[in-house]
Design a protein around this ligand. Structure first.
Ligand code: NAD
Length: 296
């Protein structure tokens, strides 16, 4: 079997177009423009690239983008004061604090100071609890993007065996909750899992979120399974820098029914889902119906 490629770049463009369409309607019919505030502390080069890209895409879909760049030695009190200001600003519907934060700042404290209704990253403890109990929440962007692609490819996921490799709070755990919410039978595998190949071989859906280049070889994949590769790993091969996933793409594509490439799979969906979450937060805060197909 040669796998169908799930094109995350094209899918993300479709999501952004849907968001832009809804934003235009909100402006025209309700006079509301959704606003996303992104807070960056320090000068981490990767974070700067992400924040720039988020700001650019926010504006492209017609939303307001508010960027707050703070010095690396900003005190916790000053950061919390800014978040409090954004929590109370009616023009701001989504707040994202770019992680990681400098070491002297308590990430949990900072994230949990964001108004849960504006927590478009879905990392606030209230949103984690709401997701875990199957209630309406803000859902972390990367797993939401994976879920959208799986639903688009399969329609219903009900009754499927899913394995999530990785148990991080950002990807693995919320991904497992979302798959459970769609009635999959879910296994969460991690660094201490016994016989990982055997666990993966039973799965109709494999989501790999580990951060180890090409650790899942094709012969672990059940014939016809759907493979979602979240991993983004920089490696050097044949003297060139390359991005690869957690799955060995070439061998997995020979057995899978469908597979996301790296790059061009899950990656582009993350910012698209951040925009979708900002729109959802804006609709909810204004008592308007949620955008269809853009939430969990
Ligand atoms: P993390 O380091 O927080 O978690 C990795 C998880 O993998 C841990 O739970 C650990 O138990 C598990 N693990 C480690 N070694 C293992 C092994 N040998 N076998 C099985 N499990 C093992 O990482 P994360 O933040 O969840 O990110 C995972 C990957 O996804 C990284 O490559 C990251 O860059 C990527 N990522 C991509 C996006 C995106 O937008 N596409 C977003 C977030 C993360």
């Amino acid at each position: 079997m040669v796998a169908q490629v799930i094109d995350g770049k094209a899918f993300a463009a479709k999501v952004r177009a849907q968001v832009a369409d809804q934003v235009a309607k909100l402006k025209e019919e309700n006079g509301i423009t959704p606003g996303l505030a992104v807070v960056l502390v320090g000068e981490d080069p990767a974070s700067q690239v992400y924040v720039r890209s988020k700001g650019k895409q926010t504006v492209e879909v017609g939303m307001n983008s508010y960027e707050h760049k703070l010095d690396a030695d900003t005190s916790e009190d000053d950061l919390l004061a800014l978040i409090d200001k954004l929590n109370n600003d009616p023009a701001v519907h989504g707040i994202l604090v770019q992680l990681p934060l400098p070491k002297h700042l308590n990430e949990d404290l900072v994230i949990n100071s964001i108004d849960p209704a504006k927590d478009v990253d879905g990392f606030h403890i209230s949103n984690v609890g709401l997701l875990g109990t199957g209630q309406k929440s803000m859902v972390p962007c990367t797993p939401l993007g994976c879920l959208m692609m799986l639903r688009d490819y399969h329609g219903s996921l009900s009754g499927m065996d899913a394995v999530v490799i990785g148990r991080s709070n950002i990807v693995g755990k919320p991904m497992a909750q979302l798959l459970l919410g769609d009635s999959c039978t879910v296994t969460i595998a991690h660094s201490r899992t016994k016989d990982l190949p055997d666990v993966v071989r039973r799965a109709d859906i494999v989501v790999a979120a580990v951060g180890r280049p090409e650790m899942v070889p094709g012969d672990w994949i059940k014939e016809g399974a759907t493979v979602i590769d979240v991993g983004i790993n920089r490696i050097e091969r044949d003297g060139k820098n390359k991005l690869v996933g957690d799955v060995d793409y070439a061998s997995a594509a020979e057995r899978a029914g469908a597979i996301t490439p790296v790059p061009g799979g899950v990656g582009p969906m993350t910012i698209a889902c951040l925009l979708a979450n900002t729109l959802t937060a804006c609709c909810r805060s204004n008592g308007l119906p949620e955008p269809e197909g853009l939430t969990a």
